[in-house]
Ligand binder design. Structure first.
Ligand SMILES: [Zn+2]
Length: 48
């Protein structure tokens, strides 16, 4: 999912973390779906 809040963000549809980087958002979503939890190495790049 892509949203705009002044800037463009990509959201992991599983955990709802926001990323500026599409790759990261997709990585996060894959991880979340597979593991049903978040990967700190990915979510540390999320924007609050
Ligand atoms: Zn996620």
């Amino acid at each position: 999912m892509v949203i705009f809040l002044g800037e463009k963000y990509y959201i992991c549809e599983e955990c709802r973390f926001k990323y500026k980087d599409k790759e990261l958002a997709q990585k996060c979503e894959k991880w979340c779906k597979k593991h049903k939890s978040c990967n700190l190495n990915i979510t540390k790049y999320a924007i609050s």
